[in-house]
Design a binder for this molecule. Structure first.
Ligand code: SF4
Length: 222
């Protein structure tokens, strides 16, 4: 995934679309001060100090789907792992809720379900049937809308062809009015995302840790 911070207006549409697509509960006023609201895509505020000229940059933050994810190394039951496509899925029915992965993730992208998820009566019919509900006691996180990927693969297979660039978009990418998010196969140099990742404006978050995130951020002066 490539996120162009020079295009992002911090409108938050990505976070709203992600929550709606992936059946994230709204969170309650009590969850909020305890930082227990579940947001697979968050728009973080990062202050930058200049010469007497502090600026604030807003950074959309999904799971970074690291090439060397610290979260998978500490999971005792293999509930989180790096798959052959380079994604880092989370298997909710295998998770035992130990929360080692929550603590290991340097990007704070993992969320533990402290309570059973709840929605107002009027919202229940809006839940996405393609995404399972996570119950109390398990950890969850962004999975780059893997259900959309699977559907695109099935559709391509039914048409007797390989999946192509642009066959599917993540919910955050689709909702972004500024077209700041690009998604696809980074290993294929012909894809839009691979070309965007070649930009001289490319940077990664917490690069020094060596996790090799697969979310590339673009910003002037990177
Ligand atoms: S960002 Fe965190 S949760 Fe996502 S793969 Fe990296 S270590 Fe794991």
């Amino acid at each position: 995934m490539v996120i162009d911070l020079d295009r992002c207006t911090a409108c938050g549409a990505c976070a709203v679309a992600c929550a709606q697509e992936n059946n994230a509960p709204f969170g309650s006023p009590t969850d909020s001060p305890e930082t227990r609201v579940i947001r697979w895509m968050e728009v973080l505020r990062a202050a930058q100090d200049g010469n007497h000229n502090a600026t604030v940059r807003m950074i959309p933050m999904p799971c970074q789907h690291c090439e060397h994810p610290p979260c998978t190394k500490v999971c005792p039951v293999y509930a989180t792992y790096r798959n052959p496509e380079g994604l880092v899925p989370q298997i909710y029915y295998r998770c035992i809720g130990c929360r080692y992965c929550v603590n290991a993730c340097p990007y704070t992208c993992k969320y533990f379900n402290w309570t059973e998820p709840e929605w107002p009566e009027t919202s229940v019919r809006g839940l996405n049937p393609d995404v399972s509900i996570r119950h109390k006691g398990v950890t969850e996180k962004c999975n780059f809308c893997m259900h959309r990927l699977q559907r695109a693969k099935d559709d391509a297979a039914a048409e007797g062809r390989a999946i192509q660039d642009g066959d599917y978009r993540t919910a955050c990418q689709q909702a972004c009015p500024a077209k700041a998010i690009t998604f696809g196969n980074l290993d294929d140099p012909s894809t839009q995302v691979a070309r965007a990742a070649e930009s001289p404006r490319t940077t990664h978050l917490l690069e020094d840790l060596g996790t090799e995130p697969k979310v590339y951020y673009l910003r002037e002066g990177a």
